[in-house]
Design a protein around this ligand. Structure first.
Ligand SMILES: Cc1ncc(COP(=O)(O)O)c(C=O)c1O
Length: 428
């Protein structure tokens, strides 16, 4: 397949649906100018108007195996009877047991229990609760500049990537550390001033997602792990975006040779999970969720996803193709493409400013390549794990021409697409 755009974006069929969502959604947040048709294969999908796109956004890292994977389609087809969703923490389904068991084969060995919920934010939220229950005298939690942990109020309290996320929403008590090697001194100061027992947890993304795909300096991760261990403060790693193999290892923190006490997962897992060791177990009734552990189809797709990644050794492909993509980006030698970073297929680069970044997303889209923003002026490149060299070459070709075009001093988009210029600004 090849990316091929036949209509103005959005095309006529997509426009009808986009306009309906725009009118009725109370918090419409500039989605992309097309509507998925469920057609496509691998890294390509078709919209309702027959346009073919090459996907380097992977439904914000939640579609690791691409479109119409044969084995996943078989799983989906087997769920024909209603209900598909059960109240899974109170009423048992086999899929709950199966996913827990499979998930715990890929978690670090000290993390041997999990609690399944619906989303990434809920996964983080429940990780915080596991830590809080252990630290009975705690009054505050600690997180990092530019972090993104989700939109529920607990997770949002520890999110610091963009002011718009928090405007007029109250926060839980928190202190913020720099995402640099200076964090160690600041954490020590907080401990000295407040006492270690007042701290419920330190929450970190080893590779930040929405906040800019910033890879933590190795010393930062190691220092924080050392101090949290020394003072028995639960160290939570948020792997909602970076986990499940996206960086070439099952979990991004494994690039730093540390073990968290608690970890979140979601997105590519298809459901949310708070993962920890048995010692964080809670008494019945402490945490729950109607659909947690009961969305049978999602649980079955999550299970099969892990099995396919294992069977096809896709972590290897992620590493090899990630290196390949990164090399291509460097080889472009374009002065407007700066700060190339990331691991595996969790890659990003910056443009000189936000306007050029947004223009680039649109220009790529007009040529059939879907990419996604992050941070202030960054672009994420997060194709499915099955990406091939040929597809990377197609993407680079589109990217190269698009960067040259949007970098021209008086560059402006024209037409209907101008209503969508901020569609690629990241939201999660
Ligand atoms: C690191 C991280 N944590 C938590 C979340 C929240 O996940 P969700 O949007 O599924 O609630 C996200 C979402 O992008 C994320 O990237």
């Amino acid at each position: 397949m090849k990316p091929k755009i036949k209509t103005e974006l959005p095309g006529p069929k997509s426009t009808v649906i986009v306009n309906k969502i725009k009118k009725l959604n109370i918090a419409y947040s500039d989605p992309y100018p097309y509507v998925h048709s469920r057609k496509g294969k691998g890294c390509y999908f078709k919209d309702l108007d027959g346009n073919v796109f090459l996907d380097f956004a992977s439904q914000i890292a939640s579609n690791p195996l691409g479109y119409n994977n044969r084995e996943l389609n078989k799983v989906v087809k087997s769920y024909k009877k209603y209900p598909v969703k059960y109240a899974g923490q109170d009423f048992n389904v086999k899929e709950h047991a199966d996913l827990l068991e499979e998930l715990l084969t890929i978690t670090p060995k000290n993390l041997d229990r999990a609690f399944l919920v619906n989303s990434g934010a809920e996964a983080v939220e429940n990780c915080l609760k596991l830590a809080m229950r252990k630290q009975k005298k705690a009054k505050l939690g600690i997180s990092f500049e530019h972090s993104f942990h989700g939109r529920t109020l607990g997770a949002l309290s520890y999110t610091h990537s963009k002011p718009i996320h928090k405007q007029s929403f109250f926060s839980l008590s928190n202190k913020v550390l720099p995402f640099t090697e200076d964090a160690e001194d600041k954490l020590k100061k907080i401990i000295k001033q407040n006492g270690a027992s007042s701290i419920a947890f330190v929450l970190m993304e080893a590779i930040q997602g929405e906040g800019g795909y910033n890879v933590a300096p190795e010393k930062l991760v190691k220092d924080i792990r050392k101090i949290t261990k020394q003072y028995c403060i639960p160290f939570i790693i948020d792997e909602v975006q970076s986990g499940m193999g996206r960086t070439g290892k099952w979990w991004a923190h494994q690039h730093f040779n540390v073990y968290p006490d608690i970890m979140s997962s979601a997105k590519a897992l298809q459901v949310g999970a708070a993962i920890a060791s048995k010692k964080f177990s809670l008494e019945s009734g402490s945490i729950s969720s109607t659909w947690g552990g009961g969305h049978t189809l999602d649980l079955a797709v999550g299970l099969k996803t892990i099995q396919i990644i294992k069977k096809q050794n896709l972590l290897r492909n992620v590493t090899i193709m990630g290196n390949h993509l990164k090399k291509h980006l460097y080889d472009l030698k374009n002065e407007n493409l700066i700060n190339i970073r990331g691991k595996g297929l969790m890659l990003a680069f910056d443009l000189p400013n936000k306007k050029t970044r947004n223009n680039l997303i649109i220009e790529c889209l007009k040529n059939g390549l879907v990419i996604l923003g992050c941070g202030e002026k960054g672009i994420r490149l997060i194709p499915p794990y099955i990406i091939s060299e040929k597809e990377i070459c197609q993407a680079i070709e589109i990217l190269e021409l698009a960067i040259k075009k949007v970098a021209k001093p008086r560059f402006r988009h024209t037409g209907k697409i101008c209503n969508y210029l901020t569609c690629g600004e990241s939201h999660t």
